[in-house]
Design a protein around this ligand. Structure first.
Ligand SMILES: Nc1ncnc2c1ncn2[C@@H]1O[C@H](COP(=O)(O)OP(=O)(O)OP(=O)(O)O)[C@@H](O)[C@H]1O
Ligand SMILES: [Mg+2]
Length: 151
């Protein structure tokens, strides 16, 4: 497990970490995006999908729960579990069977069903304030996240 922190001064500054994540994302991966209401989880997911080549809309999946994206390389599902009442409901959504990469907002709703090899990202801050991105990277993400510092 590796943990760390990154300051994100503005929404624009999300583009760099989003692109770094997009560059290493693989089918079957889970990225757990936690943080309070308005912390920027959807904004980060949107920036990742842009970096992955998606040119269309990226609506918040608050009501649909799962918004699939058929990207050229592999499918990505943007998931928002805010309205999930029980971890078992996630099975009906197909989250544990898909080969798509999962970007999951409100991953805490999954409780112990959150895959152990998920990359856990947490955004702190709200409103116009700068955000702090912290993470816990399991072994499955070794060499992928955190990105190597430029030299
Ligand atoms: N540094 C920043 N990073 C991300 N978002 C920022 C930043 N600064 C300001 N914002 C703004 O904060 C808001 C974040 O909204 P967003 O929908 O992404 O939050 P969320 O975490 O997905 O909320 P929810 O829990 O309701 O799904 C946006 O309006 C965005 O423009
Ligand atoms: Mg959101």
């Amino acid at each position: 497990m590796v943990s760390g922190v990154l300051d994100i001064e503005s929404e624009t500054a999300l583009a760099a970490p989003a692109a770094a994540l997009a560059a290493v994302l693989r089918p079957g991966d889970t990225i757990a995006l936690s943080g309070d209401l308005g912390a920027g989880k959807t904004t980060l997911a949107r920036a990742m999908l842009r970096a992955l080549g998606w040119a269309g809309d990226v609506p918040s999946p608050t009501y649909t729960l799962v918004q699939p994206y058929d990207l050229e390389a592999f499918p990505v599902w943007h998931v928002d579990l805010y309205r999930l009442e029980d971890p078992h409901e996630a099975e009906a959504l197909g989250l544990f069977e898909t080969e798509a990469a999962l970007l999951i907002e409100w991953p805490e709703r999954l409780g112990a069903r959150l895959p152990a090899d998920a990359l856990r990202l947490h955004l702190a801050g709200s409103g116009d304030a700068p955000r702090h991105l912290t993470w816990t990277a399991p072994k499955a993400w070794e060499g992928r996240w955190p990105p190597l510092p430029p030299r």
